[in-house]
Design a protein around this ligand. Structure first.
Ligand SMILES: O=P(O)(O)OC[C@H]1O[C@](O)(COP(=O)(O)O)[C@@H](O)[C@@H]1O
Ligand SMILES: [Mg+2]
Ligand SMILES: [Mg+2]
Length: 321
């Protein structure tokens, strides 16, 4: 077991030594992500003092108003990842099409990004995050992004909260690192995270409950009858982070108005599902395991139910009717 407090880069290098076939020199790729997220973290912590809150007056490919920090985070990540030379292609929530960096021609990986997750919470100082998903390049063009989620070589997120934490997996467990601003490094704080097999918290936006399908309504009522607590932050990264650590279920379902829900498969559902499964949990779209789904477009959405295995198993019993 790696020593608590070990630096993220040391951890990745030791992991590559132990599982060379699994990672294959991901270290440089991850360092570029790490550096970009340190910039985002430092800017977010004093956002109220600089002119980076609010909207830029543009609507992105999702049809959502873009916040200044969405755009800035996107720019910092694209700049660092393109410059690393490790990525043949990048996909971002904030960019319509894939990006093929000049320096990435020999890159071994492609990466899908949610540069800033939880945009509605930026201006009110509530936790937001960055999510990333990495696949090995196997062909030319955008097709590299259309692989099943279980083929990810690495996935992770950074949650900018009371502390800045980076959660990460290369399918050798889910590990948590806490940024120590005094040394400017992410240090191992949660090695080999294992979720409780069942929780006592459910996390879903009940404001849309009138639009839910009947089985879901019955399932949530069942949780209430068992005195589960309701917790909904409205940033997927923060809600999933709490679910990883405390167990229970996070859900963003499809409904009568939006059958595919709101969250995107490539850079939200798939990376989070890998982290959850590597911590012993389960992730489904209500019918199939999320990691078995093969994307066909960069920004496609999917219903999301993820969390403790026994909670999701019980949900699936309700969904099957
Ligand atoms: O406000 P709603 O409809 O509950 O949606 C909240 C969800 O929307 C999101 O903010 C969408 O992500 P972005 O902020 O990256 O667009 C998720 O983080 C969150 O889980
Ligand atoms: Mg998001
Ligand atoms: Mg986002």
């Amino acid at each position: 077991m790696a020593r608590i407090g070990i630096d993220l880069n040391r951890f990745i290098l030791e992991e590559e030594r132990q599982f060379p076939q699994a990672t294959g020199s991901l270290s440089l790729a991850l360092m570029s992500i790490e550096n970009a997220t340190k910039i985002i973290s430092s800017r977010i912590r004093k956002a109220g003092l600089s002119d980076i809150l609010g909207k830029i007056g543009k609507v992105n490919v999702q049809g959502e108003e873009v916040q200044k920090l969405d755009q800035l985070s996107n720019n910092w990540l694209i700049e660092h990842l393109s410059d690393s030379g490790e990525f043949y292609a990048l996909a971002s929530e904030e960019v319509d099409d894939a990006i093929f960096p000049e320096k990435g021609k020999n890159g071994k990986y492609v990466i899908a990004l949610d540069p800033l997750d939880g945009s509605s919470n930026i201006d009110v100082n509530v936790n937001v995050g960055t999510i990333f998903s990495i696949y090995r390049k196997y062909c030319d063009g955008v097709e590299n992004f259309f692989q099943e989620g279980y083929k990810q070589v690495a996935a992770g997120y950074v949650v900018y909260g009371s502390s800045t934490m980076l959660m990460y997996t290369t399918k050798n467990g889910t590990h948590g690192f806490t940024l120590d601003p005094s040394v400017g490094s992410y240090l191992l704080s949660h090695p080999y995270l294992k979720m409780p097999s069942r929780g006592k918290i459910y996390s879903i936006n009940e404001g849309y409950s009138q639009r839910w399908d009947e089985p879901l309504k019955k399932y949530i009522d069942n949780l209430k009858s068992k005195n589960y607590s309701a917790r909904y932050i409205g940033s997927m990264v923060a809600d999933v982070h709490r679910t990883l650590l405390k167990g229970g279920i996070f859900a963003y379902p499809g409904d009568k108005k939006n059958p595919q829900g709101k969250l995107r498969l490539l850079y939200e559902a798939a990376p989070m599902s890998l982290l959850i499964e590597q911590a012993g949990g389960r992730a489904t779209d209500g019918v199939n395991e999320i990691l078995s789904i093969k994307a066909t477009s960069l920004h496609q959405r999917t219903p999301v139910f993820m969390g403790s295995k026994e909670d999701i198993d019980e949900l699936m019993d309700y969904m099957r009717g």
